[in-house]
Ligand binder design. Structure first.
Ligand SMILES: [Zn+2]
Length: 219
């Protein structure tokens, strides 16, 4: 903990003064343009991999970058999604999985989570991805986990579309969804192409989207 407190003291001494004007502007308002949903994993830092500053990203993090589908008893993730979309009116939502994800490995390898009942319960929100992934043939255990990570991003994109605020924003053509998978070792991001349902290199195809905004306005 000592290094964390020393880090804060360094922030106050060095990093804060450089952004004093920014923090003054942010003191009473925020207008982030994107909601970024990622795993809690320590190795994936949304602001670092997108080179964003304070005020730029509204972030939700949890085990497995999961978004429970909307229901009669919405929880914290649902409330945060609703606030980002309905109140802050973000124009983009990124759901970002990552390589070597412990949560997805546990699902893909059917690991016993009896000693972690809350985790086991939480990961049920990835059931549709699990069932699809189990029905497929994989060449190796590693490939099975990698496929699970991607299927989970697809499943969570489907889940978030059940949220009323998201449905409305898509309907009004003011929201675009993105499904990403970040590779910890290489720093690469693969993005889901909503038109082909394939993951492609975001560096090669920077305009890749899970849902094109024009789709919603067509009606
Ligand atoms: Zn993870």
């Amino acid at each position: 903990m000592k290094d964390i407190i020393e880090g804060f003291l360094r922030f106050q001494r060095e990093a804060f003064p450089k952004r004093a004007q920014l923090f003054k502007e942010l003191a009473t308002q925020q207008a982030p343009r994107a909601l970024f949903i990622s795993c809690s994993d320590s190795r994936l830092v949304p602001e670092l991999i997108t080179q964003r500053e304070p005020g730029d990203l509204f972030v939700i993090r949890n085990a497995g970058n999961i978004v429970p589908s909307y229901g009669p008893e919405p929880g914290g993730v649902s409330a945060s999604v609703e606030y980002a979309v309905a109140a802050l009116r973000v124009s983009d939502i990124v759901i970002c999985g990552h390589s070597d994800c412990g949560a997805m490995s546990a699902i893909a390898n059917c690991a016993c989570l009896g000693h972690m009942p809350a985790v086991g319960n939480w990961l049920r929100y990835a059931d549709s991805a699990r069932v699809v992934n189990e029905a497929r043939h994989h060449k190796s255990p590693i490939e099975r986990v990698q496929a699970m990570i991607r299927e989970n991003v697809i499943a969570q994109l489907a889940n978030i579309k059940t949220h009323p605020s998201v449905r409305l924003a898509l309907e009004e053509g003011r929201l675009t969804l993105h499904g990403w998978v970040y590779d910890i070792e290489t720093g690469d991001i693969d993005a889901l192409d909503g038109a082909t349902h394939a993951f492609v290199s975001l560096a090669q195809y920077p305009h890749t989207r899970a849902t094109p905004p024009s789709l919603a306005t067509a009606a």
